[in-house]
Design a protein around this ligand. Structure first.
Ligand SMILES: Cc1cc2nc3c(=O)[nH]c(=O)nc-3n(C[C@H](O)[C@H](O)[C@H](O)COP(=O)(O)O)c2cc1C
Length: 417
């Protein structure tokens, strides 16, 4: 935490209460639940060192492999998916694993463990055979890594017999390779980094559980095609007139992460490291509330820098105070009992209400309801105020979603069962 912020917190403890944010994850006592995920921010010793100095509770070093594994990068790596106001909603990358092989990573794990004994020093691995996976895992065990993460979900595909395919898209391959790694990792906990792009995420998670691994990182970047230039018809990114599929990351994938984490937490007792689209402390708290014991970040750090950790720790502190929780651990899975199958949801009657005072007469709710809802909004009076027709409104909520003014359209519960 930066000194000015820390001094402010210390001076005004009742206004800025900084709470104990420690939480145990895979038997490791984390100072806070925020970890740097395997990515460029963890690919250079000096950079990851800086992140840990800034207060991140741990880091997963970028995916490594056995010496001699070809890693042939091509540039540019990044593409953006932007809103109309140019805000970055998501980022695509065609990065591969680290160019640094396992012997270099072993050396870094030892250095970082010595410099930061209380931080979680993990490393991500990817092999192409049983021997490779097991060599990688046992090397990290011997180096004293706190955790091994297995990349089963690189959007550019895994290495080995089916290079274009992600390991975590096959239940059998996931179970087999996870078992190999666990065998070789000895006492080091093993997380399998999975992809949400499967028919049934629970089947994959159960395969990880059967293999005896400790948990999952849920999930990873989402395979995507980032856009097509309509003059050249070359998709993004343009690499010498051609393109390929990207890994999609950042704010846009948060709902997929919430889904994936919740489904796994409901069905298994695996430890879950939540990852994907977490951009602020609220996102992190939501992902923990559906079952993640810690969270990993990549795009938000690449966008705003390591210092966002201060916002994450102070935000989470405030949340704990606000909702009256003594420890961060009490947040984990707190929302799960409220997620049910659709058929067991209570039936309720809802109607929308438009606030005449804040309405800017933009026409958006009217058009949406006319063409995509129930024709339940009409204009009234000289002032052309949009009004909800009680008898036609079913309470679908479309008008509230499309309205550009916050809290102008609200949904009111009329009755429920
Ligand atoms: C440029 C880039 C490189 C990445 N490299 C790796 C990698 O080597 N191994 C890995 O498991 N994940 C890698 N990731 C995925 C991230 O660790 C993370 O799972 C993903 O970005 C989703 O999280 P986010 O939305 O917070 O970015 C990479 C992501 C980016 C953007």
């Amino acid at each position: 935490m930066n000194t000015i912020l820390k001094e402010t917190f210390d001076r005004y403890p009742s206004v800025y209460p900084l709470r104990d944010l420690s939480i145990t994850f895979c038997d490791f006592e984390l100072e806070n639940p925020f970890i740097l995920s395997a990515a460029p921010s963890t690919d250079e010793l000096d950079i990851v060192r800086h992140g840990l100095q800034m207060g991140w509770a741990g880091a997963v070093l970028k995916t490594t492999s056995i010496p001699g594994t070809p890693v042939s990068l091509t540039y540019p790596l990044m593409t953006g998916w932007r809103a109309g106001d140019h805000r970055l909603l998501g980022m695509g990358n065609i990065d591969l694993i680290s160019i640094y092989p396992i012997d270099e990573i072993v050396a870094r794990v030892k250095i970082l463990k010595k410099e930061f004994p209380r931080r979680l020093i993990a490393a991500s691995i990817m092999g192409q055979s049983k021997q490779a996976w097991q060599t990688l895992a046992s090397s990290l065990f011997k180096a004293g890594a706190d955790l091994i993460e297995c990349s089963f979900s690189c959007p550019q595909g895994s290495m080995g017999e089916e290079p274009g395919k992600m390991l975590a898209q096959s239940v059998e391959a996931t179970e087999l390779v996870a078992r190999w790694v666990k065998e070789a990792a000895d006492t080091t906990p093993v997380l399998i980094k999975i992809t949400p792009l499967v028919t049934d995420i629970v089947e994959i998670a159960r395969a990880v559980e059967r293999a005896g691994c400790d948990g999952v990182t849920a999930a990873n970047s989402f395979p995507s095609l980032m856009g097509v230039n309509l003059q050249t018809f070359v998709p993004e990114p343009n690499i010498g007139g051609n393109s390929t599929f990207s890994g999609y990351t950042g704010p846009a994938i948060k709902p997929l992460t919430l889904y994936t984490v919740a489904k796994i937490a409901q069905a298994t007792s695996l430890s879950i490291s939540g990852n994907g689209g977490i951009s602020n402390w609220r996102d992190a708290a939501e992902v923990m509330a559906v079952g993640a014991g810690c969270v990993q970040l990549c795009t938000a750090v690449m966008h705003y820098g390591f210092q966002i950790i201060d916002d994450f720790t102070s935000g989470l502190s405030h949340l704990l105070d606000d909702v009256g929780l003594a420890k961060v651990g009490e947040l984990v899975g707190r929302a799960l009992p409220n997620i049910r199958d659709h058929h067991s949801l209570p039936r309720q009657k809802v109607r929308s209400r438009i606030n005449e005072q804040t309405c800017i007469r933009c026409n958006v709710c009217y058009l949406a309801c006319r063409d995509g809802g129930h024709m339940a909004i009409e204009y009234r009076g000289q002032d052309q105020v949009p009004c909800v027709l009680e008898e036609k409104c079913v309470g679908c909520g479309l008008c509230a979603q499309v309205c550009p003014v916050s809290d102008c359209v609200t949904m009111e519960i009329c009755s429920g069962t």
